[in-house]
Design a protein around this ligand. Structure first.
Ligand code: AMP
Ligand code: ZN
Ligand code: ZN
Length: 410
């Protein structure tokens, strides 16, 4: 057992042992306001709901609200998780990609696997996530591994938070959250997040149409059922907001673009390749790299960062690469010497207007009307919704409540 797992197990045990003493509400107390729980199912495409394996999610959608969401560009995990909790698109929230560099943070490459960077607030401080705003307002929060929540953004952590550990099962993550929910009112989170990544993992490794994705969707659905049962057993009334960060497109070996066929290896370095390409020309090769890559090509397009189309809302942040490329959906930018350890049969990061990149939104609880189906809206709108549910004043943001208003009880 790793130290992290041991710590999680001890925390869980402590909360469960302590639970009976905490669970008794005083008879005279007024009913507490509903808690808000934001759940992310990474890479859960809205059509996965039609596979016949997600009864809990479908029941929640029927009793509440359902929609497809447009992710923000690029349709990657960290940029979109941060967009939903800040209301700012990646270019403005500072998490412009899963992989990035910043001249102001020299010598570091931000990557999801670089734990030190993920814990470093400087990467996240360009925006204020909702849990920081809530903590400032003395509203307690708890995050089971929302991207960013392990760093003391603007100097504050959530009251309760957990390190991300991919090996934690979906059920364990629910139990970690429920352990906090069993605490006395003075320390129980009023706003909490949960994060599940097995659907995204299966989508990458086996493709969006695979039985493995369907099986992962079923497991997460069961974990959602466990969450609902846990809340019901404790008499906790919650507004549940269930989202995904993006969809998933099928890849194929026939749809690869080798940029080392176009450019000499000495001319550039690529910080990221795949659906998007972050290209840094080497000194002296700036004009050549830009000229070659920005010329018309089948199946992908590159821009000097100043020329990225306005509709993508991208390219103003210093962390965006000087030459930025985007593949056609289902295609990948790569090089001949890139040999991934495992084949990838699905990916995301593409144009956020692509239907394959659509994300899921389901919400239910006292704040929501029953049986509402909304037209597709932008995922930055999740932020003003959360601010309203939690009762905090939102920071300036790119979202609006206009599209969601018909789904709210008041
Ligand atoms: P993506 O490459 O965009 O598909 O990213 C999805 C992956 O991000 C998941 O499979 C997780 O392993 C990883 N991930 C999610 N949250 C975190 C986190 N807080 N820290 C490190 N990695 C994470
Ligand atoms: Zn993701
Ligand atoms: Zn992914």
């Amino acid at each position: 057992m790793t130290l992290r797992k041991l710590a999680a197990a001890i925390a869980l045990l402590f909360a469960l042992v302590a639970e009976p003493a905490f669970a008794q509400p005083s008879p005279a107390a007024a009913p507490p306001p509903p808690v808000t729980i934001l759940v992310s199912i990474d890479g859960f495409r809205p059509d996965y709901l039609d596979r016949g394996v997600t009864p809990n999610l479908l029941a929640l959608a029927r009793s509440g609200v359902r929609a497809a969401m447009r992710p923000s560009f690029p349709s990657k995990t960290f940029p979109n998780h941060y967009a939903m909790v800040t209301g700012l698109r990646p270019d403005k929230n500072g998490i412009v990609a899963n992989n990035m560099t910043d001249d102001a943070i020299p010598g570091v490459k931000f990557a999801m696997s670089n734990t030190l960077a993920v814990l470093d607030r400087r990467w996240w401080d360009e925006a204020e996530p909702i849990w920081v705003t809530a903590e400032k307002a003395k509203i307690l929060t708890g995050t089971v591994s929302w991207p960013g929540s392990e760093a003391p953004i603007h100097g504050l952590w959530p009251k309760h938070w957990a390190h991300f550990d991919q090996s934690f099962s979906s059920d364990l993550r629910v139990d970690m959250l429920m352990a906090w929910m069993a605490l006395p009112a003075e320390t129980r989170p009023q706003f909490a997040t949960l994060y599940f990544d097995i659907v995204d993992y299966a989508g990458h490794h086996f493709g969006p149409d695979s039985p493995q994705v369907t099986a992962a969707a079923a497991k997460v659905d069961a974990a959602i059922g466990r969450l609902q049962a846990g809340l019901a057993a404790r008499g906790i009334v919650a507004n549940l907001v269930i989202v995904s960060d993006h969809g998933m497109a099928a890849l194929s070996d026939d749809r690869r673009i080798f940029i080392d066929d176009l450019l000499d290896k000495d001319a550039y370095s690529a910080l990221e390749l795949g659906p998007i390409g972050s290209i840094y020309p080497n000194p002296g090769h700036e004009a050549e790299v830009a000229r070659v890559l920005t010329a018309p090509h089948p199946h992908f397009q590159c821009w000097r960062k100043a020329d990225i189309p306005e509709r993508l809302h991208y390219g103003h942040n210093p962390r965006v690469a000087p030459v930025f490329c985007l593949s056609e959906v289902g295609w990948s930018l790569t090089t001949h010497d890139y040999h991934p350890r495992e084949p990838s049969l699905g990916d995301h990061g593409y144009d956020n207007a692509a239907p394959e990149m659509r994300a899921t939104f389901i919400a239910a609880g006292p704040a929501f009307r029953h049986g509402v189906s909304l037209p597709t809206f932008d995922n930055v709108d999740v932020y003003p919704l959360l601010a309203k549910l939690i009762g905090v004043t939102p920071q300036p943001n790119d979202g609006t409540l206009t599209d969601l208003a018909p789904a709210l009880t008041n």
